[in-house]
Design a protein around this ligand. Structure first.
Ligand SMILES: *[C@@H]1O[C@H](CO)[C@@H](O)[C@H](O)[C@H]1NC(C)=O
Ligand SMILES: *[C@@H]1O[C@H](CO)[C@@H](O)[C@H](O)[C@H]1NC(C)=O
Ligand SMILES: *[C@@H]1O[C@H](CO)[C@@H](O)[C@H](O)[C@H]1NC(C)=O
Length: 395
């Protein structure tokens, strides 16, 4: 994509040039995108579920309390981590504001979200809650599935693109983050006691739901989409604890993760990648970037020390004790839970979610490294990470 700053006619008078520099270049912060639009679940939620619970007077969830947020924001924001998520590192790199949650912003105040709006909701599924419920899978946290999030998006679009040439133009210059989404369809089903064999029958449906959402946003004008795959769920303290002591569970010797669950996540990712290559063929003018969260994360599951995770990658920093510091009845932030002193030495935060340090490794691997198809820098050559922490960090 051309950098609009470098294509200004030389005949422009100085004040026009200054005007252009001030307006166009701040709009096109990094030369590629003027806005981030995000859909997904707790891997990307920057506060929507917290606001939904507040608006509907529902009982608070554990991650609305400290120590959530302690490392970066110094207050719980509704993010399921101690600090920033992948989406926060993306926004910082593009020099856009951190992507604000959509829920709770109304009417013309939506215009303040035009440089970034987040519809992701912790606990959300790709498939409709009603469909999952009909199959005996109850979502205890939220009904704000991908279709609901798309509905919010379509309703808010006229406000988001007010004062720009048109909505297609606005969306064409936005980076759309479609996910991660789908992980919870499987999590909720596994926790409801479904077998992995049964879960496998959901995979084509989940992938279809993601692709259908991708189709809807490109019909509205989106041209650059990033679609992350599932994480290696066999490395989650939740499942390592759930299957602990079972003698029929096979572990990967190089990581200690549950082989079958990781193979399952890979199956989802393979199907998603196949559908994305079909999309690339039928829409050659649109960038579909697959973000390989799975293999980006496997780097630190294989060599935790190399990434500073000196306390290992399989034990939660914050939780209710036990071999992986996870106990389903004692969540992180509950009064009887414990929290580690140095979260940066852990890859896992609360049993299900990663620490800021782990999300940063994933961010760097996907956006600056080789864990995207096609590589992100081939889509947006101007994408050079600004120094996020004032120190150069190596992975
Ligand atoms: C989901 O929707 C059903 C039916 O509308 C409602 O009864 C239930 O309370 C909702 N659950 C959540 C967590 O919002
Ligand atoms: C993994 O470790 C177990 C126990 O130490 C051993 O029996 C098995 O052969 C190993 N598998 C591989 C593939 O190395
Ligand atoms: C989880 O915590 C509960 C409540 O403290 C306790 O009774 C139970 O034994 C713990 N489970 C494990 C596996 O440690």
């Amino acid at each position: 994509m051309a950098n609009p700053c470098s294509s200004m006619p030389s005949s422009f008078v100085t004040f026009i040039i200054i005007f252009q520099v001030l307006c166009t270049c701040t709009m096109y912060a990094n030369g590629c995108y003027t806005s981030i639009i995000s859909f997904g679940d707790s891997l990307a939620d920057t506060g929507n579920l917290k606001q939904i619970y507040y608006n509907t007077n529902q009982q608070s969830l554990h991650f609305f309390y400290p120590p959530y947020g302690e490392t970066f924001f110094h207050t719980p924001t509704g993010r399921c981590s101690n600090g920033r998520l992948v989406i926060d590192f993306i926004a910082e790199s593009i020099r856009l504001p951190l992507v604000r949650p959509f829920v709770g912003v109304k009417g013309r105040h939506m215009m303040a979200l035009r440089r970034g709006v987040n519809y992701a909701v912790a606990g959300a599924t790709a498939l409709d809650s009603s469909f999952l419920a009909a199959n005996g899978v109850v979502n205890p946290m939220t009904n704000s599935s991908l279709r609901v999030q798309l509905g919010w998006f379509k309703r808010s679009l006229p406000m988001l693109c007010a004062n720009v040439p048109d909505c297609k133009h606005f969306l064409g210059h936005s980076l759309v983050l479609m996910g991660e989404i789908g992980g919870n369809d499987y999590n909720h089903a596994l926790l409801a006691g479904k077998s992995i064999d049964e879960l496998e029958t959901y995979v084509p449906l989940v992938v279809e739901a993601i692709i259908s959402a991708v189709n809807e946003v490109i019909e509205l004008g989106a041209k650059s989409l990033l679609i992350p795959g599932n994480l290696p769920i066999g490395c989650s303290p939740v499942y390592l604890t759930m299957y602990y002591g079972f003698d029929n569970v096979e572990y990967d010797n190089s990581t200690g993760c549950i082989t079958r669950l990781n193979k399952f996540a890979e199956y989802h990712n393979e199907l998603l990648k196949i559908e994305l290559s079909k999309m690339r063929e039928s829409h050659p003018d649109i960038s579909f970037i697959y973000a390989d969260y799975y293999n980006a994360a496997m780097q630190f599951f294989r060599s935790p020390n190399k990434y500073g995770f000196t306390n290992g990658a399989l034990k939660a920093c914050c939780g209710g004790g036990g071999p992986f510091n996870y106990n389903v009845s004692v969540a992180c932030a509950d009064s009887s839970s414990n929290v580690c002193v140095q979260p940066d030495t852990y890859a896992n935060w609360d049993g299900l979610h990663l620490t800021e340090a782990a999300y940063k490794v994933i961010y760097k691997s996907v956006f600056e490294g080789p864990y995207a198809i096609p590589q992100f820098q081939s889509v947006c050559p101007a994408f050079i990470r600004q120094d996020i922490d004032g120190k150069s960090s190596s992975i």
